[in-house]
Design a protein around this ligand. Structure first.
Ligand code: GTP
Ligand code: MG
Length: 204
């Protein structure tokens, strides 16, 4: 993917604030601090298009970015950070779920898992929603630089067990050394090119 431009468009929480663009879109989701913003920055070759932080739980909005004027990437709010106020935690579910349900130009969601951590309730909840709304899912294991090559498969096993996803569903990624960048781009490009079927009207 040749990146000619990458620009922040806007932040939003509700559908009436989403950008009106109906260009194909791919969103990034996962636990707070898992590396969503870092992944986007590496993908678009920018050090700080998306703000990353050592203080997890900062991004509590949907952040939309325009790439090359031809598609959008969306940084979704992270979940599972203990110090986030309860009111904010309660907002996360409806905010993300509504986005997944209503954003018809959404072509796929990249869901990130830290290779060192066992997925928790919110991760599995998110996978359920993606299945419910039939949104193509691109699972990525992040921070693989933190684990030696010999330890990788052992670290991955509990993640496969918890998610029920097969080993080959996962791409391995490191924002530190950019390992996996090309593979993640290939999967995103394939998703952007794929029309999603329009929802079938329910029988009345
Ligand atoms: P929220 O916005 O709080 O939901 O977090 P986030 O998922 O956007 O995570 P972010 O990209 O801000 O990264 C969190 C921290 O992890 C930062 O200190 C990053 O530098 C670090 N980090 C992210 N990806 C990697 C990686 O692949 N390897 C290593 N070693 N550190 C990483
Ligand atoms: Mg972030």
């Amino acid at each position: 993917m040749l990146i000619k431009s990458a620009e922040f468009v806007k932040s939003a929480t509700r559908p009436d604030n989403y950008p009106t663009s109906d260009l194909p879109e791919v969103a990034f989701a996962g636990r707070s601090n898992v590396g969503k913003s870092s992944l986007i920055n590496v993908l678009v070759n920018r050090k700080a298009l998306v703000r990353t932080s050592s203080t997890p739980g900062r991004t509590q909005l949907l952040n939309f970015f325009d790439i090359n004027g031809t598609f959008s990437l969306v940084d979704l709010p992270g979940y599972g950070f203990a110090k986030v106020p309860l009111a904010v935690k309660k907002d996360w579910g409806p905010m993300v779920r509504t986005f997944l349900e209503r954003r018809h130009n959404l072509r796929a969601v990249v869901i990130l898992f830290d290779i060192r951590r066992v997925p928790r309730e919110e991760d599995l909840q998110l996978l359920d929603w993606l299945e419910e709304y039939q949104i193509p899912t691109i699972p990525v294991l992040t921070k693989v630089d933190k684990v030696s090559r010999g330890q990788r498969e052992k670290q991955i096993k509990p993640i496969l067990a918890a998610t029920g996803l097969p080993r080959d569903a996962f791409s391995l990624f490191s924002a530190l050394n950019r390992e996996g960048r090309d593979e993640v781009w290939e999967r995103i490009e394939a998703a952007l090119a794929q029309e999603r079927p329009s929802p079938v009207a329910e029988d009345l």
